[in-house]
Write a protein that binds this ligand. Sequence first.
Ligand SMILES: Cc1cc2nc3c(=O)[nH]c(=O)nc-3n(C[C@H](O)[C@H](O)[C@H](O)COP(=O)(O)OP(=O)(O)OC[C@H]3O[C@@H](n4cnc5c(N)ncnc54)[C@H](O)[C@@H]3O)c2cc1C
Length: 339
Amino acid sequence: MPLVMEGRDDREKVAATKVDIGTDINFGNLARVLFNHLSSLPNVHLHLLHEVRDLEKQEDGTWELKIKNLQDDEKFFVKADFVFIGAGGGALPLLDKSDIEEARGYGGFPVSGQWLVCNNESVVAEHNVKVYGKASVGAPPMSVPHLDTRLIDGKKALLFGPFAGFTTKFLKNGSYFDLPLSIELDNIIPMLSAGWNNLALTRYLIQQATLSHADRVEALREYYPHAEAEDWELAIAGQRVQVIKKDEAEGGVLEFGTEIIHAADGSLAALLGASPGASTSVAIMLEILEKCFAKKMQSSVWQKRLKKMIPFYGKAFKGNEKRWLELRKYNNSVLHLND
Ligand SMILES: Cc1cc2nc3c(=O)[nH]c(=O)nc-3n(C[C@H](O)[C@H](O)[C@H](O)COP(=O)(O)OP(=O)(O)OC[C@H]3O[C@@H](n4cnc5c(N)ncnc54)[C@H](O)[C@@H]3O)c2cc1C
């Protein structure tokens, strides 16, 4: 990690852990591969540029979803036995519309992610590693800074961040009314309490939102002492909606992880939280299957199928180094990682 080490005082102590088999995955591409496969199956229909506007539980126990085709404004209804709400920042408003008992008291707080992106190719060429630090004191856990090489469609890029930004939008292309419209009678106390109990986070967000380019480059210099301001520019990455939920003792708490909410009858599940996707998505889907399809999960047909998809499914790893190494070897061979 020459960019990180050059220009430091020789007496400065540095500790680092190195993993040689690290890699990154283009999740956009992965999603395309998965959906291309699914779309080739006879009973799967993919509707892009369609928006779910409303959903309502019917007397026969099914759900009726009101859909709008965003290309021609046509509206139509779809009936479903099971609904999964995986809509990123759009999940909380949809969950609210479902009116299920389990959704009461939930709120969301949007935080946007920004990165410094390096536009000097000779600097990009020098760095071939992902260097992760630790979140600064008082900063939330999702703010762990990293100087990160990324390979996107074969092109190498160098990013530093994330820096937090504040907006009231729940989705990157959402509306400024998303946050105010999400406040309701059942979540106003949890939301106010969470704000009051997290003044350090509020301070952190205000401080982050008011950073200048020079301030951000100064933060970068902790990692890359010779960084030049003109080599870097700011890019907006996306939105995270932190979960706020009711809490007996505190009134309301702000969560930094993900939260699966499911209807008692297993007919609906929603995924809320700051980082629900990508690296944690498989574990989340398994949990949803266990919660909403408990009986089928016990059946030998589903168990056999799951073990085929996830050979180490259900096996305990704690304290079992041999099994860990076997799993790593298996994953590396699937992902063609050369260790
Ligand atoms: C700065 C940043 C860095 C991150 N880094 C990482 C990382 O290193 N590793 C990692 O694992 N994760 C990371 N994440 C998190 C990861 O990107 C998200 O967790 C993941 O994209 C969430 O996937 P999702 O499908 O649940 O939601 P999204 O990707 O937000 O997709 C939701 C989709 O639903 C659509 N939608 C919303 N409302 C409706 C509606 N009513 N009807 C129809 N469609 C609707 C939206 O338009 C959107 O296309 C990061 C996130 C950010 C912001």
